[in-house]
Design a protein around this ligand. Structure first.
Ligand code: ADP
Ligand code: MG
Length: 358
């Protein structure tokens, strides 16, 4: 297992990049702790696979270095990096049995027959394929083949890191949950450094200790699920995570007062001379409907989603979402909203701005 350092890393698929836009991966510097489970989260095309393939050695970065435990591996092959990687689509040897597919990485590294037999049995059980170990891979469903790929990724205990690139895409929803749970328990048992790529926030938040959020070729935040919820560093993190995501409202801010279309909102922090695009970010959970003082809203509809209600409303012509608890009754004269001041974040040009205590 290894600590992974990304030093001044960037990548362009264009051999002579002209501007930052030509970079699929914008410059980044990070240290990923040994033995942690990371999820790499972001929408399609934001650079997740590019980063993962640079870490595994499938791709050589156009700039910067990768270090495993302080050893520079930038030019080292995947095999030399001692990494297991599982891809979005199954990679299996069709003519081999499930058992031989699972045993392959161990045989390659010269493990004993006894160890291989015992380990393959164990992994077979984890992926729910004990009964099919002697079947040939050819003829199995895509789902089953992907489970074999996953199993093969997990079979070696001595890898530096385990990398998964959207490995559950072809798996049915129930099995998805099951396999994710298995991956988590594998992580607890062996403490591998794991990186799990996904575009699904639920998958990321349930799998990882730390979530790395990417947007447009950039890592915009690395944090625990709580940190991403409480203090999104970038407006993208705010609205990508949470359902519904954070409300982002254009505002003017001076000291501890935000002004939204002439109406003022008191903040818990104070800000001076903000320049650029200023916005107030507040999660629907920290907005309340009231029949008293507050910003005027027009309620469009109320969705009952079990544990809470989502109120879809309009604030000065823009959409705003409010989450109320299940027990709250919403009457027609509740046409104002208030924010929990401690939970309001201020963004300048999409990045979180910390204020001074007000
Ligand atoms: P993700 O995995 O987040 O969907 P990728 O890392 O695959 O994103 O892609 C990031 C960007 O790089 C995208 O704009 C994609 O079109 C581009 N890209 C990916 N692979 C290549 C390639 N081999 N050649 C050129 N451009 C590529
Ligand atoms: Mg990808």
């Amino acid at each position: 297992m290894a600590k992974i350092t990304l030093d001044n890393l960037a990548h362009s698929y264009n051999p002579s990049p002209q501007s930052e836009d030509d970079f699929a991966l914008k410059e980044l510097n990070h240290v990923w702790a040994d033995g942690e489970a990371y999820a790499l989260l972001g929408s399609s095309g934001c650079g997740k696979s590019t980063l993962l393939n640079i870490i595994s050695g499938l791709l050589t970065p156009s700039q910067g270095r990768i270090l495993f435990d302080d050893v520079d591996v930038t030019q080292a092959s995947t095999a030399d990096r001692n990494i297991a990687q599982v891809f979005q689509f199954p990679v299996v040897y069709d003519t081999m049995t499930v058992r031989d597919n699972l045993a392959f990485p161990l045989k390659n590294r010269g493990a004993s027959a006894q160890y291989i037999a015992q380990r393959v049995q164990q992994i077979g059980a984890m992926i729910g394929m004990e009964a099919e170990l002697d079947k040939r891979a050819r003829g199995l469903t895509a789902d089953a083949k992907q489970k074999i790929s996953l199993g093969r990724g997990m079979v070696r205990e001595d890898v530096n890191a385990l990398l998964f690139d959207e490995p559950l895409t072809v798996i049915d929803p129930h099995m998805k949950w099951e396999l994710r749970t298995q991956l988590k328990s594998l992580h607890h048992e062996f403490g591998h450094t794991m990186i799990y790529v996904t575009h699904d926030q639920t998958e990321a938040l349930t799998f990882a200790d730390k979530v790395v959020v990417m947007y447009d070729g950039r890592v915009v935040q690395i944090g625990t699920p709580e940190e991403l919820f409480e203090k999104p560093q970038h407006t993208f993190v705010g609205y990508f995570i949470g359902s519904p995501g954070m409300n982002v409202i254009p505002a003017q801010v001076e000291n501890n007062i935000a002004t939204v279309h002439g109406a003022s909102v008191t903040l818990s922090q104070s800000y001076t001379s903000l320049n650029g695009k200023v916005e107030l970010g507040v999660r629907p959970e920290f907005v309340s409907l009231t029949d008293g003082e507050g910003l005027p809203v027009k309620v469009r509809r109320v969705e009952d989603v079990g544990r809470h209600k989502i109120v879809r409303a309009e604030l000065f012509g823009n959409d705003i979402n409010i989450v109320e608890s299940e027990g709250t009754s919403i009457s027609p004269d509740m046409n104002r909203i208030v924010f929990d001041p401690a939970k309001v974040n201020i963004y300048v040009n999409d990045w979180l701005k910390e204020g001074e205590a007000a």
